[in-house]
Unconditional design. Structure first.
Length: 378
């Protein structure tokens, strides 16, 4: 895949303020699946000399500009300062980068800011959804003003990307925006033979993830070992109480944070990965479980029916009693091994970042060419 050499490499800039800890593991701050998705995409894209990749992050005390894994990291917003100052810093960073294409994921005040910048400077704005509530109208209903700005931004985007087909259909219905469904990409490690000895939960303490249910599960099954990796979600005032409650359960190991580069080892030691969320877009933890051949047991979340379609886990349709019985079933039968193998096969076929990035390259080349043709016509 190549771009027009006379035009030089296509300049692609990703905007994700909280992603900096992925580039610098010494920074121990909260991040989520959206940041992981863009980090993998940016670092893989940077391996191709036909693309010049930059990444606008927040100010964590780093240098103004750094080069990490072939990606130029640009410092911008300082979360300790007021939002107006943050918006100005992001705007200046975007001007300094002077990219052809700007990619953003997750709704925030930065979404209309980036969309307006691209409109004003004849740049290509690409938006990628992160959660099903962006697509099914929930975000618009819960955020009247920001919802309108979000809708406007998506209508101004050259391309909108979703993580699965259900989100694609919902987005068309709720906002009237067409999109392209592209799965999240991950690096796929070689499987190592490790003893499966824990039941695992990984995520932030966001309310919709319902982390307290994992503690309930551990209390119901005192003979099993549970590992609870749970970072404080931004603004979570109940986190200390959650930690205190977890500390009272003898068969539950609570870990506040595991560096991203080390998390695969936990999945490879897990008998089962548990998801207790009410809803999500496409959990990166599902891909992490699948690539490590770990069965998934989900209370509600089953994007595009993958757990049943690929037989790599069980979705309990919100039924707590079914979650308990399904966990016992996986642990007592020889199903776990087969579910894990199916999950690994699914990840190799659908989430290999080396394959996923090729779809983005083709997309970026097409939108850059269309944008250049439009400018020449004007």
């Amino acid at each position: 895949m190549s771009s027009d050499s006379k035009q030089g490499p296509i300049r692609v800039c990703f905007i994700s303020p909280k992603a900096y800890p992925l580039f610098n593991p010494n920074v121990k701050e909260v991040l989520g699946g959206a940041e992981v998705d863009l980090y993998f995409l940016a670092t893989e894209l940077a391996k191709d000399q036909n693309f010049a990749v930059s990444f606008i992050t927040a100010d964590y005390g780093q240098e103004k500009t750094e080069m990490v894994e072939g990606v130029s990291i640009i410092k911008s917003v300082n979360f300790k300062k007021n939002p107006l100052n943050g918006a100005l810093r992001v705007w200046r960073a975007m001007r300094r980068v002077n990219a052809d294409i700007y990619v953003l994921k997750t709704p925030s005040p930065g979404t209309p800011l980036a969309a307006f910048f691209c409109l004003l400077h004849n740049k290509v704005f690409v938006y990628r959804t992160a959660h099903e509530w962006e697509c099914n109208g929930t975000y618009l209903r819960q955020h009247r003003l920001l919802g309108r700005a979000f809708s406007w931004s998506l209508h101004k985007a050259r391309v909108v990307l979703t993580q699965n087909k259900i989100d694609k259909e919902n987005l068309q219905q709720s906002i009237g925006v067409s999109s392209i469904a592209i799965p999240n990409g991950h690096r796929l490690p070689r499987l190592s033979r490790q003893r499966r000895e824990i039941i695992l939960w990984v995520g932030r303490s966001a309310r919709f993830k319902r982390p307290g249910l994992f503690i309930d599960l551990a209390e119901k099954m005192p003979s099993e070992r549970f590992t609870f990796v749970c970072q404080r979600a931004t603004g979570d005032e109940d986190y200390d109480a959650l930690v205190a409650r977890a500390g009272e359960v003898e068969n539950l190991q609570f870990i506040e944070r595991v560096p991203f580069g080390e998390i695969d080892s936990y999945f490879q030691r897990a008998k089962v990965f548990i998801n207790t969320s009410d809803s999500e877009g496409f959990p990166n933890t599902f891909i992490q479980a699948c690539k490590c051949a770990t069965p998934i047991l989900s209370l509600n979340v089953n994007p595009d029916g993958l757990l049943t379609r690929y037989d790599c886990g069980i979705c309990c349709e919100g039924d707590w009693q079914q979650l308990l019985s399904s966990l016992n079933s996986i642990l007592s039968e020889s199903r776990a091994d087969q579910l894990g193998k199916n999950g690994r096969k699914y990840a190799e076929q659908n989430h290999d970042i080396e394959k996923i990035v090729e779809r983005y390259k083709k997309l970026f080349i097409e939108v850059k060419e269309k944008a250049r043709s439009a400018l020449l016509q004007n």
